[in-house]
Design a protein around this ligand. Sequence first.
Ligand SMILES: Cc1cc2nc3c(=O)[nH]c(=O)nc-3n(C[C@H](O)[C@H](O)[C@H](O)COP(=O)(O)OP(=O)(O)OC[C@H]3O[C@@H](n4cnc5c(N)ncnc54)[C@H](O)[C@@H]3O)c2cc1C
Length: 529
Amino acid sequence: MYPRYIVSFDTSCMPCHEYDYLVVGSGVAGLITATLLADHGRVALLSKEELSESNTQYAQGGIAAAIGPDDSPELHYRDTIKAGAGLCSEEAVRILADEGPGYLYQLIEAGAVFDRTDGYSLTREAAHSRNRILHAKGDATGAEIERTLLCNIKRFDNITILPGIMAVDLLTDNGRCHGLIALDTSSGGMSVYTAGAIIMASGGAGQIYCRTTNPDVSTGDGAAMAFRAGARLADLEFFQFHPTALYLPRAPMFLISEAVRGEGGILRNVRGERFMPMYHQMAELAPRDIVARAIVNEMDKTGADYVYLDLRPIGTRVTDRFPTICLTCKQFGLDLTKDFIPVAPAAHYYMGGILTDTCGRSSLPGLYACGEAACTMVHGANRLASNSLLEGLVFGHRCAAAVSEESARQPLLPHLSNKVETSGGRQSVSVMDLKRLMWEAAGIIRCRQGLANAEHGLNDMPLASSAEPERGMLELVNMALLARLIVKASLKRTESRGAHFRLDYPYRSKEWQKHIVLSPEEEAEIDAN
Ligand SMILES: Cc1cc2nc3c(=O)[nH]c(=O)nc-3n(C[C@H](O)[C@H](O)[C@H](O)COP(=O)(O)OP(=O)(O)OC[C@H]3O[C@@H](n4cnc5c(N)ncnc54)[C@H](O)[C@@H]3O)c2cc1C
């Protein structure tokens, strides 16, 4: 039913490059892993655009770690477990909370500069019981982490940096992944890359939805490639929607960080009424799924496409604390010391992905994954704010350790000749159709009928291409596959939990205290913990 490859190719006619390790992606997870693996062998780092283009680069609010005097890894663990709505892997959360501070200090030693007042300046975000979010240059935390890691990586002679090279499909032999085919997005040429281990750090998939905070590169390629190669994916129905992305006709869907609510920002409907205290005792600092649904409800109630964020309670401090947000809003004529910001929810973070253990091992030998592309189940059904930069850091380190240990024992496979013909199938649905379909049917509020319609609509989208390989087409085909799997898992989960809300099954069900796992060969359910 699912094609093994996305395009036709013949590896005997393609240039072949051999390395010890291939890392796909240059966000926090890929950069950490590549840097650590450089001590053990030759690394190729592939990234489909310029290196900094990633979710990491745009992360604003900060990175969570229990370093405050009133905080502890135990409290961070408990907050994460609570936000994950019964589906977090306790082992993965324990690792994240315990190992996070140590890796964070290493990042600081490597040159990352976080804001300080008296000691590190820690802020609070939704569903955190303590102030534990470090930030850099106010609201440019991801850019600071990306800058630091990019600076470091350029010092290594044995890392070959390959911007503009898009991984297209994984190569497997005898049940082991030993390389991939990739497209040079400028020349259109295809090449083969082989290695003892392939690390997928290709980030998220927000582009599947028409409203997203994610940049263009986030099209779920890693999960789609891994699935086609036979690896297991998990938790695909759990997509986190950020409650507050800028909503202006001419403006990009720019994220207005949760940290603004942590500092006192208030949500109001278009009538100017504060509404969050009616929905949750933590009001504006309730978990993201609750805030996002409350906003949708208020938008329905008032017939508007947005609500307002009122940052006046922060006072003039807002300019120093959130310089990037203030500057962006200013470009659109908004003065945050007195104007309300129109905002609406947008797809933001993917909890689902390539199923791995806590050392990045996927179910396909030779293939590892870390960061947003992976699903360690650390976030369960709903990610706690600012836990994902930390996830990239912690599980990037652990993945590199496992890879260097295991792939050293793997002899490189000979380059196998592989000739594949694919056929394109129908394509009556455009990229925008796909994104709208997913937003309407598999977005913040879902129901059986909507999901079934989406399933039907997605059947018209091709899962392979017979045309000359081209980035946009390949991304569309990857998104079409992942969209089908998201819809399938969302239909299957007949309950509401965390980020997955079904209007026809509005309550959490004990029976669904389990994860949905999909691969081309199996549809399984595995118990939580
Ligand atoms: C606007 C915004 C704000 C955020 N704010 C925060 C925050 O404050 N705190 C927090 O913890 N998290 C935040 N997040 C989430 C966080 O940024 C991400 O989850 C995290 O950075 C993911 O890191 P990563 O390395 O796994 O992936 P990414 O940083 O997304 O990197 C993925 C890389 O893979 C490359 N790639 C993708 N497909 C291919 C392919 N086929 N071939 C080659 N290369 C490929 C991409 O080009 C990119 O370089 C935010 C996200 C966004 C979008």
